[in-house]
Design a protein around this ligand. Structure first.
Ligand code: GTP
Length: 574
């Protein structure tokens, strides 16, 4: 029972400790994963903004370069159509400047001066071709007036910048630019009379622009970019890009539904994770940033996205998780140990009380209890201690009452002598003993003579005192080992152990009669009483208590009768 309580309490405390450490560990682990994902989202957003910044920077550089070249005096010469060798020299010098620009900027694919006349005929053109610069001249120069970037730039006021949307370059014989994704930055070139004279165009290579950036991105980052309609411009799988060029629409918002608000201009950026949005970003962490493009008056934007596998983000949580498991196991073991120690310490005083109660109920011996404690156990111990004392006190008075009752049941209340019941009990015991060892003994029956007269003459109270005095005299006359009892009324019985002869008994009876017969003063009254005594001997006169007492009674009766009949001495009778 006690050990059951100990086990239950220890189990309860241990379970509480294990649960506490488990829940704490679980929340620490979860919080760590959330923090890692949140940090990864921040990193992805920063990196996506970096990509956009690089793109914008390239656009601005190209615009600056276009403006720089547009201000060259040779440009004005060519645009204003100054003829002759001067014109040719101006073209050659511009071609050299364009080539220098291309060499300086590997991300430039073409630098051209296109005239407004002759359907937008290219006037000076330098292409990038296989890493080298290649001047295209003469009959290889093409008319570009039908391309939007030409007529839209020509429509702009002087000093403005035109920027095309990002797309595949379909211009034929464009060398490195042909078939590659890119954009064009252009500025109009007015003639000296104010009429549109042409434009200066720089073709930018998107692949080249993003190539270095892609290489700098941390391992596992996937780069996506879409135009304002969502068409993928950049995708880890190149087959997914520029779908619109082949009449297909492969849209970012179809692959990443959560990006839809970016294209609706409701959001500027967005971060998702498979931890918090498992439906939208299963097993991944992703960030998308909307970036305005177009240095001129075009209202355009791209959406750049970076995606990282969730596993890679949470990789560093694994060792922490293992450490947390070890800590939880260690704390659980400590919790179990503490639970057992605590439960034992808590139950020890209760066990002491329980043992004390059990031992008290067995032995009634008062036990040492932890009464000095100031807690509930102390209160219980003090109450139990008080209870022990009360029980002991009640038990003591019960034993006293029991002893008194037993005394009263076996003694005569008037004389204090053994009563008839106790006499017969002792007689039976002696009979059993004597039947075994053959030891003889004698029973004497004493009856006062004419006691009725004492009562009648002096009153019952005096009679009582006479009975008490006779009892004392009988006790004084026999040996201490002999038993004197009152049968009732004025009759006494005496049990004498030993081998008595009739003569010895006659002598004893004589002594008894003399002792009884001595004058006594009771309440100022001088009195004398006599007694008739008969006896029986074991085993001669009987072998049962009844027989022996009856025989002694009969003998006494004969004595008394003899006295009444004038016999001189009853002692002749047995
Ligand atoms: N005072 C007193 N008297 C008692 C008590 N018990 C009995 N007696 C009286 O004792 C007397 C005994 O009666 P008996 O033995 O028949 O009369 P007796 O006068 O002794 O006559 P014999 O024995 O024949 O000599 C009766 O009168 C009883 O009332 C007692 O406890 N106290």
């Amino acid at each position: 029972m006690r050990s059951g309580l100990l086990v239950k309490l220890a189990l309860l405390l241990a379970v509480f400790g294990i649960l506490s450490s488990g829940i704490t560990g679980y929340y620490a682990f979860t919080a760590n994963r959330t923090m890692l994902v949140s940090a990864a989202q921040g990193d992805l957003l920063t990196a996506a903004r970096g990509v956009n910044r690089r793109l914008q920077q390239a656009e601005e550089e190209a615009a600056d370069d276009a403006m720089l070249l547009a201000r060259l005096v040779q440009v004005a010469q060519v645009i204003n159509g100054q003829g002759g060798s001067q014109m040719q020299r101006a073209r050659d010098e511009l071609a050299q400047a364009f080539a220098g620009m291309l060499a300086l900027h590997p991300e430039y694919l073409q630098v051209r001066l296109i005239g407004a006349a002759d359907n937008g005929l290219e006037l000076v053109r330098v292409d990038s071709s296989g890493g080298l610069t290649l001047r295209v001249d003469g009959a290889d120069l093409q008319e570009k007036g039908h391309f939007p970037y030409v007529f839209e730039t020509l429509a702009l006021p002087a000093g403005q910048i035109y920027q095309s949307a990002i797309g595949i370059n379909h211009e034929r014989a464009a060398h490195d630019a042909e078939g590659r994704p890119g954009m064009m930055v252009a500025t109009p070139l007015p003639r000296s009379d104010g009429q549109p004279g042409g434009l200066l165009v720089i073709n930018l290579d998107l692949e080249r622009l993003l190539g270095q950036l892609r290489a700098d991105l941390p391992k596992g980052y996937q780069l996506y970019m879409a135009n304002r309609w969502g068409d993928f411009l950049v995708h880890p799988d190149p087959a997914q890009t520029f779908g619109f060029e082949q009449g297909r629409r492969i849209l970012m918002q179809d692959s990443f539904a959560a990006t839809q608000p970016l294209f609706e201009r409701k959001l500027n950026n967005l971060a998702l994770s498979g931890l918090e949005q498992p439906q939208q970003a299963a097993e991944r962490v992703m960030a998308f940033v909307r970036q305005p493009v177009g240095l001129g008056n075009r209202d355009d934007f791209v959406v750049t996205g970076l995606v990282q596998p969730l596993d890679a983000v949470l990789e560093s949580a694994v060792p922490l998780g293992q450490r947390i498991i070890h800590m939880v196991l260690a704390f659980s073991a400590i919790a179990i140990l503490l639970a057992v120690v605590f439960a034992r310490a808590l139950l020890r005083p209760i066990n002491t009380l329980a043992q004390a109660a059990s031992s008290f109920s067995d032995t009634q011996l008062q036990q040492v209890l932890p009464v000095e404690r100031n807690d509930e156990i102390g209160v219980l111990a003090r109450n139990f201690d008080r209870m022990q004392r009360q029980i002991n006190s009640h038990m003591a008075s019960l034993y006293d009452n029991q002893r008194e009752l037993s005394y009263l049941a076996h003694h005569d209340s008037l004389t204090g002598l053994a009563n008839r019941a106790l006499f017969f009990q002792r007689l039976e015991q002696l009979l059993q003993l004597s039947q075994r060892n053959g030891a003889p003994f004698a029973v004497l029956f004493v009856d006062l003579d004419h006691f009725k007269e004492v009562n009648d003459l002096h009153g019952h109270a005096i009679g009582d005192q006479v009975l008490q005095i006779v009892a004392r005299r009988l006790l004084h006359t026999v040996r201490g080992s002999d038993m004197v009892a009152r049968m009732g009324g004025d009759e006494y019985l005496i049990l004498l152990q030993g081998n008595f002869t009739d003569a010895a008994l006659a002598e004893l009876m004589n002594k008894l009669r003399q002792s009884i017969g001595e004058a006594m003063t009771v309440s100022g009254q001088r009195l004398e009483v006599g007694a008739s005594i008969g006896y029986s001997l074991y085993p001669r006169d009987g072998t049962t208590a009844e027989q022996l007492v009856n025989e002694a009674d009969h003998a006494m009766y004969h004595v008394k009768a003899g006295m009444r009949g004038g016999e001189a001495n009853s002692l002749s009778c047995r």
